[in-house]
Design a protein around this ligand. Structure first.
Ligand code: ATP
Ligand code: MG
Length: 772
């Protein structure tokens, strides 16, 4: 029984075995923080702590499920089942459902996802007659979100002249009015958005001391993974709940704090010791995940950050292969290289697809990877992007279900009231919205009483509205007796939604029908699963809650044998034997939008640290020389992050004529917080970097890498004496004759007439040419 304790090293064992008190484990990637948290829960339970008294907060629901499984193996399924474990959002949505009435919400409140919120904001901007080019709904939405995460309510906003002035200066003086209307409309719709799940929890705990006491007594032991990425609102909840018993264990890594842009506050880690009494701080230093090369390379990167806690990370693992750095011409070529490399590794080492992950900075980069993987018939799965549940056809079905559970839900009602078309047009809708405001009721309630009020709606339209209400009520009646699956099947037939889609015979239409089938499959699984696990759950409302809070990572399908594709942000906490980090280029990674201050640049660097430390056995870094950005093909240059890694951990599999960049970068960028200098680099075709000679070591390396089979002199960079008339050969374009030379220094270009490829203009600092 106790033998799981022997799966811990001495340093890990201490925080596991310290039953009570406040403790913080700060440690580098792969050092077993999540393992400590998991086994600590098992240990607490074995010490007699009731599962009901433990609350564990994780970064994804998937992580929570995995932890629960592990714990169940130790303490048994029936005990583990009672743990409260999940993301902040899912745990507190559940808590809010139990206490919703105190806040004037129905317990079956709807959760608006970000798409719903944005649609509502956009509708409000329109209704208020504001200019949508000035009041951009996405910006307004994200400002509302940051207000909520800083716990600035509408009232607080209007009490704060500074905030109002800031909005006036930003040419959006009506922001406060939009915010107010948005909050009122959500409330009237019985809906909470994602931020509300935290904001309202805070409100609940603040306003109702008896509720706070109840949950303080309930959650006697609180554990938080990835603590470095908690925001202010989350911090306050944890603080309030743990205040009485102060049995709190948080684990995290300041070097992996990557959500500052969403309000994560690194101070939550730094101030932890101040917030609780007698905090024990533990350090873990041994990494079990990765090879020595990877661990040490990652250390050499994070060393460049000034803002960090001092930490040691070492590993007893093998050196492992070096990190491969490979240069490509374009993103398409990059995709082919990665797919080819995965293919080779699979063949040579007999590996499954699930051993590989491709990580990128931005979602858009997945396309080139997907194309290449498809061509090679390598199965893959993309995480992030538009999740399954956000696809239009799926959301339409869900909107019906949401209205059944909560007819006040305005966003869902608007989606389905005239879909499929039933003659209820936009003008009618506008009148209903105005009436709802006037009578201070939800739109659905207005429709229910449409006979008794005169808002200028024709009687034929009134009949249509009444039919709609009757239909919804008939669905509601069924909900009580039917499973989610049966009900949905009935709803899509009865509402004519499925027929509408089937009429559309296009490929797109067919795939929409397939998606709805997939949704039904998921429901069947849900119904079956709930029967086994927990009979109390399994209602439509619970299904909708699961869906609303599902992130792509939560999908259990990832047990499939597929290559994983995701942004680095999503990869936090995960591990894969082979990791490809693609698009290692300036302006992309680090992102061009995050280079204005040292803080931003350091966050990008932490992101790179997270990416690299996902790899267990081998990491690949790829970059291209040109890339389409915002519809234009632009020159790209290798990311400073490649060159920041100590050379001894890298193997360049393409010739490195970029060495001169490396030295140039060292000179004026790495430690230079000066904004203007960073900006200088943005137009890649700007002035050439100042060249300092490569070191002897670098030169040796250059020689080694370059093919030395011919005695031809290789021109690399811009110092070669290329002249018109010379015959050259190029790796990709073959042989050709130099026609013209123009520019100087790093901008020197040669126009070459290739025998096969025709006339091409090449930037000499990148082109690899042999004189023949
Ligand atoms: P991250 O910072 O990336 O979240 P982490 O610190 O949470 O990493 P874990 O995911 O808990 O690290 O552990 C990394 C890997 O090392 C896992 O595969 C885990 O099973 C393994 N591991 C951790 N501790 C030990 C140990 N004492 N013995 C063997 N393997 C271990
Ligand atoms: Mg972890």
């Amino acid at each position: 029984m106790q033998d799981y304790i022997s799966q811990l090293n001495d340093a890990q064992r201490e925080p596991v075995l310290q039953k009570d008190g406040a403790m913080i484990v700060i440690a580098g990637a792969g050092s077993g923080k999540t393992r400590v948290l998991t086994l600590r829960i098992a240990y607490l339970m074995q010490q007699g702590v009731d599962a009901f008294n433990i609350l564990a907060l994780t970064f994804t629901n998937k992580a929570a499920r995995e932890m629960k499984k592990r714990i169940a193996d130790i303490v048994g399924q029936s005990e583990a089942k009672n743990l409260w474990m999940g993301t902040f959002h899912s745990v507190f949505a559940r808590l809010l459902r139990m206490e919703a009435d105190k806040l004037g919400y129905p317990s079956n409140f709807t959760i608006y996802d970000s798409q719903d919120s944005q649609r509502l904001v956009s509708a409000i901007i329109k209704e208020m007659g504001l200019d949508k080019d000035v009041y951009k709904y996405k910006q307004i939405s994200s400002r509302i979100s940051s207000m909520k995460n800083s716990l600035i309510t509408v009232r607080a906003y209007f009490n704060d002249p500074d905030l109002q002035e800031a909005d006036a200066m930003a040419r959006r003086p009506r922001f406060g009015d939009i915010y107010k209307e948005y909050v009122e409309r959500c409330f009237k719709a019985g809906a909470m958005d994602f931020d509300d799940l935290l904001l309202k929890t805070n409100e609940l705990l603040n306003r109702f001391p008896e509720v706070l006491a109840k949950y303080q007594n309930r959650f006697q032991y609180i554990l938080v993974d990835e603590y470095q990425d908690t925001n202010h609102s989350q911090y306050l909840i944890v603080k309030a709940l743990s205040d009485k018993f102060q049995n709190i264990c948080v684990v995290g890594d300041d070097a992996q704090s990557i959500y500052a842009f969403r309000g994560a506050n690194i101070n939550n880690i730094l101030n932890f010791q101040r917030d609780y009494e007698g905090v024990k701080a533990y350090r873990l230093e041994q990494n079990y995940r990765s090879t020595k090369n990877i661990v040490e390379a990652a250390n050499s990167i994070i060393d460049k950050n000034k803002t960090k806690l001092d930490k040691v990370v070492w590993t007893a693992n093998n050196d492992g292969p070096k990190i491969i750095v490979h240069r490509l011409m374009s993103d398409a070529e990059e995709g082919r290289y990665v797919a080819g490399s995965i293919f080779e590794n699979k063949m040579q080492k007999q590996l499954g697809n699930d051993q590989f992950a491709i990580l990128y900075r931005t979602n858009a980069q997945s396309r080139a990877m997907e194309d290449a993987l498809r061509k090679r018939d390598i199965p893959y799965r993309i995480y992030g992007g538009l999740s399954f549940y956000q696809r239009k056809e799926v959301k339409d079905v869900l909107a019906y279900l949401r209205v059944i559970v909560n007819p006040k839900d305005e966003e869902s009602l608007k989606r389905i009231i005239n879909y499929p078309a039933r003659g209820i047009g936009a003008t009618t809708m506008d009148k209903l919205i105005v009436a709802a405001k006037h009578y201070d009721r939800s739109i659905f309630e207005v429709i229910e009483h449409i006979d008794r009020i005169d808002i200028g709606i024709a009687s034929s339209t009134k009949t249509k509205l009444k039919n709609f209400v009757t239909m919804i009520k008939s669905f509601q009646a069924l909900e009580e007796t039917q499973s989610v699956f049966e009900l949905t099947e009935y709803v899509i037939k009865k509402s004519a939604l499925i027929n509408e889609l089937k009429k559309d015979g296009s490929q797109e239409g067919i795939s929409k029908v397939e998606n709805i089938e997939e949704l039904l499959n998921g429901m069947r699984d849900f119904v079956e699963g709930q029967k086994e696990v927990d009979e109390a759950r399994g209602s439509l409302a619970e299904f909708l809650e699961d869906v609303a809070l599902a992130t792509d990572l939560d999908n259990d399908k990832d047990t499939d044998d597929r290559v994983s594709l995701m942004t680095i942000h999503l990869a936090k906490g995960l591990e894969f034997p082979y990791v490809y980090i693609v698009g290692m280029e300036e302006d992309l990674f680090p992102s061009g939008m995050s280079m204005n201050t040292r803080e931003e640049l350091e966050e990008e660097r932490r992101l790179f640290y997270v990416a690299l430390t996902r790899a267990e056995h081998q990491a690949y870094l790829t970059y291209t020389l040109s890339r389409y950005r915002w519809g234009k093909l632009v020159d790209a240059e290798p990311s400073r992050f490649i060159t920041e890694i100590d050379d001894q951990y890298l193997e360049y599999t393409t010739p490195m004529d970029d060495y001169r960049y490396k030295s140039a970068l060292t000179d004026h960028l790495w430690d230079e917080p000066d904004k203007s200098k960073l900006r200088q680099r943005k137009p890649v075709s700007g002035k050439p970097p100042s060249v300092s000679r490569p070191s002897e070591d670098q030169i040796r390396k250059l020689r080694k890498i370059r093919p030395s089979s011919s005695s031809n002199s290789k021109l690399s960079g811009f110092e070669g004496n290329l002249e018109p008339g010379m015959m050259v050969s190029h790796g990709r374009f073959g042989r050709g004759t130099v026609v013209n030379i123009e520019g100087a220094g790093g901008e020197k270009k040669a126009e070459i007439n290739f025998q096969v490829g025709g006339l091409k203009k090449l930037l000499l600092r990148f082109a690899k040419l042999d004189i023949i």
